[in-house]
Design a protein around this ligand. Structure first.
Ligand SMILES: *Cc1c(COP(=O)(O)O)cnc(C)c1O
Ligand code: SF4
Length: 361
C-alpha cells in the first residue's frame, strides 16, 4: 500500500498506516465523539480514516489536541449543512479532460492519485479523495499531454490529488517527464502533505529524481506548529539543498490554528527552515466540515491582526475559494474602499482610512 522506490531502505516503524479503530485504540484513548463516529454506520460512507504512525506519535505528544482534530474523525463529521456540497469549488465544471482541471488561464491542476498517507478530516476534495481510483493511467497522462499541447497559454503544471508523493518514484518520474515538458510548461508545482505526515517517504533518491526534472516547486500542506517535527525539518533541508524551492499552504481550522499566536508560531517556524508561507485558506464548504470551519468574519479579524504583527516574509495570503466556482480570491488586510472626491480611500491594517490620489495615465 505504501509507495515503493526508496521506501524500503528507510523503512522504520514511523511509516506504518493506521486505518481502523482497533489499531488506533492500541495507542490512544478515544474521545466519546470519536468513538461515536466509528460506531456509526454512516461513518463508512464518509472520507476513509487513515493516519501514519509518525503522525500518531505527534498526536501523542500534543497536549492541545489540535492534531487529533485534523486526523481522527468525530461524529460531527456526519452532520452536513444544506450549503455544504461534495464539490464546493465546482471543479467538475473545469475538468476539461479526466483528472485535469483548467480553471486559471496559465496553469492546469492534475489529480494524480486519490490516495493520501493521512486523510485530513477537513479535506475539501472528498468527492475524489480516497475513492480507490488510484494513480493516473498512462492513457490519461497522454490525453492530458494532448490537452496541454493544444493550450499554449498553459505554463505551469500543478500536481495535486490526493497526494502526488504517494505515487511510486518511477511512475511519478514518468508523469513529470511527460506532463512537465508538455507544450509551454516551464514549471511544475507539487502539492503534498507527505513531508509532514510521512517524512520517511522523502528519500534521497526521490529528491534527486525531482531535482533532475524541469523546475519543480513543492507546496507543503501544513497547519500547526506541532507538525514541524525534526523529521519534517530534515526533509525540508534535503529538498532545499537539492534546489527544490518550498512554499506552504495552511487551512484555517477551528480548534486547531484559529489564534494569532498559533499561526504566527507556525509561519515563523516555516520561515526559519526556509519555507515561504504562501496561502492561508478559509475553510471550504465541504460536507461535514462545519465543526472545523472558522467563520469568515473571525478569519478576517485574525488575518488583520496577524498582518499588523508579523514580518511580510512570514505572512501568507489569506484566500477563499468562492463557492459555486468563483475561484480563489485573496482577502486583504486592507482594501480599496471607494473613490470619493477624486481620491481613493484605502483602509489600513488597523482599520483606519487613508487617502491616495487618483492620477491620470
Ligand atoms: C488553487 C488553484 C490553482 C493555483 O492557484 P495559485 O493562485 O496560482 O496558487 C490552480 N488551479 C486550480 C484549479 C486551483 O484550485
Ligand atoms: S492531503 Fe490533501 S487531498 Fe489528502 S486528505 Fe489531506 S487535504 Fe485531502
Amino acid at each position: 500500500m505504501l509507495p515503493s522506490g526508496g521506501m524500503r531502505k528507510s523503512f522504520t516503524e514511523d511509516n506504518q498506516l493506521v486505518s481502523n479503530e482497533e489499531m488506533l485504540k492500541k495507542s490512544l484513548i478515544l474521545l466519546p465523539e470519536e468513538k461515536a463516529f466509528f460506531a456509526s454506520k454512516n461513518g463508512k460512507r464518509a472520507l476513509p480514516f487513515r493516519l501514519t504512525t509518525h503522525y500518531l506519535k505527534l498526536i501523542q505528544s500534543d497536549p492541545t489536541g489540535a492534531l487529533r482534530r485534523m486526523a481522527i474523525p468525530r461524529i460531527n463529521e456526519l452532520s452536513v449543512l444544506d450549503y455544504e456540497t461534495p464539490d464546493p469549488l465546482n471543479e467538475e465544471l473545469f475538468e476539461k479532460v479526466p483528472r485535469c482541471i483548467h480553471r486559471y488561464t496559465d496553469r492546469v491542476l492534475v489529480l494524480v492519485t486519490d490516495v493520501c498517507a493521512l486523510y485530513c478530516r477537513h479535506c475539501f476534495r472528498r468527492r475524489f479523495t480516497g475513492e480507490n481510483k488510484g494513480v493516473l493511467s498512462e492513457a490519461e497522462v497522454r490525453t492530458i499531454r494532448g490537452y496541454i499541447e493544444s493550450h499554449p497559454e498553459v505554463r505551469e503544471l500543478i500536481l495535486s490529488g490526493g497526494d502526488p508523493l504517494m505515487v511510486p518514484d518511477s511512475k511519478l518520474e514518468y508523469i513529470l517527464q511527460i506532463l512537465g515538458t508538455a507544450g509551454n510548461i516551464t514549471v511544475t508545482r507539487i502539492s503534498s502533505r507527505v513531508p509532514v505526515v510521512l517524512p520517511s517517504r522523502i528519500s534521497r533518491s526521490l529528491v534527486r529524481m525531482l531535482s533532475r526534472q524541469r523546475q519543480v516547486w513543492m507546496v507543503l500542506h501544513i497547519n500547526h506548529p506541532a507538525e514541524v517535527s525534526p523529521r519534517f525539518a530534515g526533509t525540508v533541508r534535503m529538498m532545499l539543498e537539492s534546489g527544490i524551492p518550498l512554499v506552504s499552504q495552511t487551512v484555517l481550522l477551528k480548534g486547531v490554528n484559529d489564534s494569532v499566536k498559533t499561526l504566527a508560531e507556525l509561519f515563523y517556524r516555516l520561515l526559519a527552515l526556509g519555507v515561504k508561507p504562501y496561502y492561508l485558506f478559509q475553510g471550504d464548504l465541504a460536507p461535514g466540515t462545519s465543526h472545523l470551519r472558522v467563520p469568515l468574519s473571525r478569519g478576517l479579524e485574525l488575518y488583520r491582526e496577524l498582518s499588523s504583527n508579523i514580518s511580510g516574509l512570514a505572512l501568507p495570503g489569506y484566500a477563499v475559494d468562492l463557492p459555486g466556482g468563483g475561484g480563489k480570491v485573496r482577502l486583504g488586510a486592507g482594501s480599496i474602499a471607494e473613490v470619493r472626491g477624486g481620491e481613493y480611500h484605502i483602509q489600513s491594517v488597523d482599520g483606519r482610512f487613508f487617502r491616495y490620489p487618483v492620477e491620470q495615465d
